[in-house]
Design a protein around this ligand. Sequence first.
Ligand code: NDP
Ligand code: KPL
Length: 269
Amino acid sequence: MNVGIIGAGAIGLLLASYLSEDHAVTLYVRQEQEEERPIIRDGQASRLVRIRKIDRLESEDLVFVATKSYDIKSVIPFLKRLACPVMFLQNGMDHLKWKEQLPHVLFGIVEHGAMRTAPFEVQHTGKGRIRYGNQEVANLSSKQLCFELESDMEAVLLTKLFINVVINPVTAYYGVENGSLLEMPYREEARQLFDEMRTIFPHHDITYSEIERIMKNTSKNRSSMLRDLEYGRRTEVEPILGYALRQATTATPRLSFYYEQIKQREGPQ
Ligand SMILES: NC(=O)C1=CN([C@@H]2O[C@H](COP(=O)(O)OP(=O)(O)OC[C@H]3O[C@@H](n4cnc5c(N)ncnc54)[C@H](OP(=O)(O)O)[C@@H]3O)[C@@H](O)[C@H]2O)C=CC1
Ligand SMILES: CC(C)(CO)C(=O)C(=O)O
């Protein structure tokens, strides 16, 4: 297949490095750049990947959007020119709205952890799956990168929203690793956020122990929101907490508190 990936950040590089083993990959970046080069993943060079500036985006068999949620709007004009399927990979829920504007949209949830360590270099920090819907893409999975088709992708996205709403702001505000939320006093804070999420989405099928399992499995992780604050970057608080707050019809004081706090502390927009 011909695969396009927009964004040479952590997730874009991770996908490019694995997918280049079986597919012809083009990585679309912001800068003027035209070359063929490997991606360095955990110190090992991948097969060659084409690098192109985003304004040269053209139809591929599949295009992934691997920017942060708040940067999607900068790529929409280029995506509108395409006739091929486009898969969004962001955390949060704000990006669901883009499906109204594009003909052929899929959504994916990345369970891997990745960190860009230098231009075109990435560390694969946690292994998982990429769960996606709303339509099957044949021949995407390989031995090292597993894609799983989901029948109810909106439910999968909402479960990920619960996880990010409960874990990210508390870890970011207190500067602690995910595993700390299993202990007091953070456990109480996290639990309150979960309870407020339940009032907003009362019909969503999720238990607190599912979220505790993620806290255990990622206990040594510093959440993406915490890392964004530590590096003085903009966070994804808007598509995560902001989205949840916009759905609320009753008071959700803990969600509002964390939303305000993260907004005050995050880097420039
Ligand atoms: N990293 C992780 O472990 C995980 C991340 N995710 C989600 O995946 C998404 C991407 O995260 P991540 O890879 O960490 O983010 P990064 O910030 O590492 O990468 C985003 C990349 O998008 C690029 N970009 C932004 N706008 C454009 C544009 N107009 N054209 C081309 N490239 C553009 C940025 O370019 P530039 O470098 O020039 O700024 C940057 O390289 C987020 O929504 C995140 O929540 C989900 C699960 C795990
Ligand atoms: C699952 C979790 C909380 C892992 O750190 C995550 O998705 C994030 O940090 O954004």
